[in-house]
Design a protein around this ligand. Structure first.
Ligand code: SF4
Length: 302
């Protein structure tokens, strides 16, 4: 029986015991100044403020520096293969649609080998949160250029400057008709908390681009550089139901960088709500697979 005071507060008045229940006691190994510290704190706080205990959430991690959070944040956890966190998380949601799912991936994995999974998760509108740990490089493999590294930027894998064009990630995401797009900054924990709480409660795929400092390998978009440019779209009077303006302010980062909930469409049903053809069927697909007798097919292989 859970004796820790978990209840949805919706405010900054949260229980220290509830926060501690999300800590695993393992020492953080991220570099000093790494943006993962802020994101880690924001995830804990958002879950506690929503009254979700560690046994009430499933956390999926890709390979990358962020993935080391899997032994620093309590809850049901899965640490998978590089670029494959979205299908793991989507599968978990299909198996148990009652539990909130938060999947983490880096810009390297998500926009290279995992990019196909992102496409289909958005069009399927699986109800889950995807946090893009966006530090514009592969930090775990010591500063390789990713698809989001600035073109021309010297990196350890391209010392004379990255020759490829930078992938326009936000334009790409908006081209897929998403139902929730937000952008946070690892230096603003209260804003990340409000974004994550809305993302967790969204019925559909919530894409959260977290701009995060990587002081060890990203010397171009530093914490200070980001701090000078980010602004909160809510304070700017932005209407998150306005798709055209949301896309425009998401894409244009030439002078200022928009943060907050950029776009949300609550009218589009999530994946399970679209399964009209299964009306009246009481089981979940995974239960049906479990019950399927495959002995006949196995015989053919003997
Ligand atoms: Fe963080 Fe970068 Fe260090 Fe990785 S390499 S832990 S992303 S600062």
């Amino acid at each position: 029986m859970n004796s820790i005071p978990f209840h949805s507060t919706g405010s900054s008045e949260i229980s220290g015991e509830a926060m501690k229940s999300y800590s695993c006691g393992n020492t953080c190994t991220w570099c000093d100044g790494c943006g993962n510290y802020g994101i880690w704190a924001a995830i804990k706080r958002s879950l506690v403020e929503l009254g979700i205990p560690p046994h009430g959430v499933f956390l999926c991690y890709d390979v990358g520096c962020h993935g080391n959070m899997s032994d620093k944040l309590s809850g049901y956890r899965f640490h998978g293969l590089h670029g494959r966190v979205i299908p793991f998380a989507a599968g978990a949601k299909l198996a148990n649609p009652r539990i909130p799912i938060i999947a983490h991936g880096g810009d390297g994995a998500c926009f290279s080998e995992g990019v196909g999974h992102l496409v289909h998760a958005i069009r399927s509108n699986y109800t889950m949160v995807f946090i893009l740990h966006n530090n514009a490089n592969y930090g775990l493999t010591t500063g390789q250029a990713s698809a989001l590294t600035w073109q021309g930027q010297p990196m350890n894998s391209a010392p004379n400057g990255m020759p490829e064009a930078t992938l326009p990630s936000m334009d790409f995401v908006f081209s897929l008709q998403p139902t929730f797009v937000a952008r946070g900054f690892s230096g603003d924990i209260p804003q990340m908390v409000s974004i994550l709480k809305a993302a967790i409660q969204h019925r559909g795929f919530a894409f959260v681009d977290m701009l995060q400092a990587c002081p060890t390998y990203n010397t171009f978009a530093t914490h200070e550089w980001l701090l000078e440019r980010v602004y909160d779209v809510a304070a700017d009077g932005h209407d998150p139901s306005d798709f055209v303006r949301a896309r425009a302010i998401a894409v244009d980062t030439s002078e200022r960088i928009s943060t907050g909930i950029l776009y949300q469409n609550t009218a589009v049903p999530g994946f399970y709500e679209r399964l009209k053809s299964r009306e009246g069927i009481q089981t979940f697909p995974v239960e049906e697979v479990q019950k399927y007798d495959v002995r006949e097919y196995m015989q053919e292989l003997v």
